[in-house]
Ligand binder design. Structure first.
Ligand code: 5AD
Ligand code: SF4
Length: 395
């Protein structure tokens, strides 16, 4: 989401004569687009901002923009603590970014008819389809810093997809609860079907779906559209129905497992997000998570230690000991590594559709990595028989 937002902000900065560089010493401006989902993420963004004071002082005219979710949460406090930040633009003000630039005396618009050429790898084009989140998961700060969910009109989304498809074979639809998309009755499934109709689009992915918004029409649109990747990143958070209820996740462990079974019947691989050490998580609850992880057979998982976010209901509950959390995290990470190796090895002997991201490597529809010694064109799609896997890559 932040990558896509940064790209959008970059387009506006082009209008002020800026070009993109990855080299700090060459830069006249640094845009820091921040995350605040966990304390650690926010801390990293702030310490980077702190370190940039030196960079800014080294050459006159250098500027810093501090944007995104941490900027939204901290507001004016940022500039007070870090006067080197010229502009602080919170996540909710993203649509006002061009005006913010115009109003600031620090920037002068230039006449450009052409945008500077992007030199990023051209495989996946990201397209935001909705912003914000109307779920109220008890641990999560996103609804506070990004606001209520709102869907972008389908005409705009499809126009953006058509444009991206000129350069990128794969389209990634983005939203905080991407499958909650609904614009005046125009549903997520309908949107998926329309994106698949764009001839240049070879593969469609989306991030991140929420289990409660998966309905029958989704399975149907998947079956009708082979361009939809057979991979879902479906956050689980906990395998204990009790903890899920405390978290206000709106599904039970059994309901989650049923969705996985339905998806596996359609040859999907599933990855997930899991939080360990939620304040109400007992040893028994954690075992339920481990158990469910085994049953689901995830191909991958991001596992996070619970991080209390001020203002959320979960931050009010006393935390459990860090030692216990650390221990649970390590056990879970081991389990996930095993699951991932099983997922890779389960593809041996199957023919996979590989989209090449380099001459020698690419990803399957199920989002597994593949490598070959026979070079292929970057961006091409090939049907390839998988002969072997070491549990981390297909060959
Ligand atoms: N603590 C730890 N992990 C969190 N996530 C969201 N909020 C928190 C929190 N307070 C995780 C969830 C979510 C992912 C993007 O970040 O697993 O799916
Ligand atoms: Fe946060 Fe996702 Fe829950 Fe929304 S659905 S509150 S973004 S964890």
């Amino acid at each position: 989401m932040n990558e896509a937002d940064s790209e959008e902000m970059l387009l506006h900065l082009f209008g002020f004569g800026y070009q993109k560089t990855e080299v700090l010493s060459e830069a006249d401006l640094v845009l820091i687009n921040t995350c605040t989902i966990r304390d650690h993420a926010e801390h990293r963004a702030l310490s980077y901002l702190g370190r940039l004071a030196k960079w800014k002082a080294e050459k006159q005219g250098r500027k810093i923009i501090f944007a995104g979710c941490a900027a939204e949460r901290l507001g004016k406090k940022v500039q007070k603590r870090f006067p080197q930040a010229d502009i602080v633009c919170g996540a909710k003000s993203l649509d006002k970014f061009p005006e913010i630039l115009e109003r600031s005396s620090l920037f002068k618009p230039v006449n450009t008819t052409e945008n500077p050429k992007e030199n990023t790898k051209k495989i996946t084009g990201q397209v935001s389809i909705m912003r914000g989140c109307s779920c109220k998961c008890a641990y999560c700060i996103v609804p506070y810093v990004r606001g209520e969910a709102s869907s972008i009109p389908p005409e705009i989304v499809l126009e953006n997809c058509r444009n991206k498809a000129q350069n990128y074979p794969e389209i990634m639809l983005l939203g905080q609860t991407v499958n909650a998309y609904n614009y005046k009755g125009f549903t997520f499934s309908k949107l998926l079907a329309e994106v698949c109709k764009i001839p240049e689009v070879k593969r469609v992915r989306f991030l991140s779906p929420h289990p409660v918004f998966i309905k029958e029409d989704f399975y149907k649109v998947v079956q009708d559209n082979p361009k939809i990747a057979r991979h879902l990143h479906l956050p689980l958070q906990s395998g204990s129905t009790k903890v899920l209820k405390d978290m206000k996740r709106l599904y039970t462990a059994e309901e989650y497992l049923q969705i996985i079974k339905n998806l596996k019947r359609l040859d999907f691989l599933i990855s997930t997000d899991i939080i360990v050490g939620y304040p109400t998580e007992t040893e028994e609850d954690f075992k339920r998570t481990l158990n469910l992880v085994k049953k689901c057979g995830f191909s991958f998982a991001y596992c996070f230690k619970f991080s209390p976010r001020a203002g959320t209901p979960a931050a009010e509950i006393p935390e459990i000991s860090q030692e216990i959390v650390e221990n649970r995290l390590n056990i879970l990470l081991n389990e996930i590594r095993e699951c991932s190796a099983v997922a890779y090895k389960s593809r041996i002997g199957k023919t996979e559709e590989i989209l090449f991201e380099t001459k020698n490597s690419g990803r399957t529809s199920g989002n597994l990595w593949y490598r070959t010694t026979t070079p292929k064109a970057i961006g091409s799609i090939e049907q390839i028989l998988i002969k072997d896997s070491n549990g981390k890559i297909l060959r």
